[in-house]
Design a protein around this ligand. Structure first.
Ligand code: MEV
Length: 347
């Protein structure tokens, strides 16, 4: 039995624009997905997830990946989560097959997989990337192969790319595998030095449909030159943002985040609850605030040294939870085995 974990993330800058080759800076936070993989004697894949939750948002199901789980949230979210698990296992098997000429064909090896996550599904905090990254790491190590974090990131990107029909950048998966703040621009991915940041997250309890939101931006960009210019302007903000990050200028980072949110709003990926939380944070004195991830619902990220933003968010209609998030400098990592594995009766 092997367990790995990987962090979720917030986007300081650049979501959506990164899909078109502009840079983005996501930043890992100390909310993790843990995936435990236990090799089976047959070729079946069984997945068990007790808790893909923040408080107030809990998915409970137990079932074979090909079966219909007993769910407490939208089935499309569960289908999406299962798609990432299947794709992660496929990538892990391929990575092992590349390194082995003998032994059983990895395609014929089945697994019991248990997912425990502190990251809400589809809410802009990189739940799918964290599960995919931790899943690939755990499954390969369970078969005796250790991949570098860079290779885990690359394989996780390929898994996301397949599940999201080609509408995925390397940003979420690279950030989750490497930890810290990262720069992603097309295929160029690198970690960047960053001071600790006073990150506050507000969560509206909802989720956006990443595929539909990315498709909406693509359509706007094709239809209007000014929408394409807006995407490029987000790239300019990210370039400024990297300098502010390196000099630790939190006030400038906040201003740029506000600007970035305005442009995402113009591209149609914000929502009333996200805008309300963004304004609550700004009114409470945050240096800046923006939606994070695909948008449509889910989370906002704000910068505030004080507790004012967190308090204001907790009193904002539509905000289900607000929490301070520490930057997580660790990416994917092996975890000590727990009894979190699935028992025979679960499946
Ligand atoms: C989703 O977390 C971020 C998007 O930019 C899509 C992607 O980069 O794959 C909207």
């Amino acid at each position: 039995m092997t367990t790995s974990s990987a962090p979720g993330k917030v986007y300081l800058f650049g979501e959506h624009a990164v899909v078109y080759g502009e840079p983005a800076v996501p930043c890992a936070i100390e909310r993790r997905a843990r995936v435990t993989v236990d090799r089976r004697d047959d070729d079946l894949l069984r997945v068990h997830a007790d808790d893909l939750s923040l408080d107030g948002f809990t998915v409970e199901y137990s079932g074979a990946s090909e079966g219909t789980p007993d769910v407490a949230v939208s089935e499309s979210l569960i289908d999406a989560a299962m798609g990432y698990v299947d794709a992660a296992v496929e990538q892990a098997r391929a990575a092992v097959a590349e390194r082995r000429d003998d032994g059983p064909d990895p395609e014929t090896i089945g697994f019991d997989i248990t997912i425990e996550s502190e990251i809400p599904l589809g809410a802009g905090l990189g739940s799918s990337a964290a599960v995919t990254v931790a899943g690939i790491d755990a499954a390969t190590r369970e078969l005796g192969v250790e991949l570098s974090p860079e290779e885990v990131a690359d394989r996780a990107f390929r898994a996301e790319y397949d599940v999201q029909d080609g509408e995925a950048s390397r940003a979420d998966t690279f950030c989750s595998a490497m930890g810290g703040a990262v720069w992603v621009e097309g295929d160029e991915c690198r970690t960047i030095e960053t001071p600790d940041l006073p990150i506050v997250v507000g969560f509206d309890g909802g989720a956006g449909d990443t595929g539909a939101l990315v498709a909406g931006v693509r359509q706007l960009r094709e239809e209007y030159g000014f929408a394409a210019d807006t995407v490029e302007a987000i790239g300019d903000i990210v370039r400024e943002g990297e300098q502010a990050l390196q000099s630790g200028d939190v006030a400038e980072l906040g201003r740029l985040m506000n600007f970035n949110h305005g442009l995402l709003e113009a591209l149609g990926v914000s929502s009333r609850s996200l805008d309300r939380m963004v304004w609550a944070a700004r009114d409470a004195g945050a240096e800046g605030a923006k939606l994070t991830g695909a948008g449509g619902g889910g989370c906002v990220v704000a910068l505030d040294e004080t507790d004012e933003t967190g308090t204001a968010l907790r009193f904002t209609p539509g905000c289900e939870e607000a929490f301070r998030a520490e930057l997580d400098r660790d990416g994917v990592r092996a975890e000590p085995a727990t009894d979190g594995g699935q028992s025979e009766g679960d499946a």
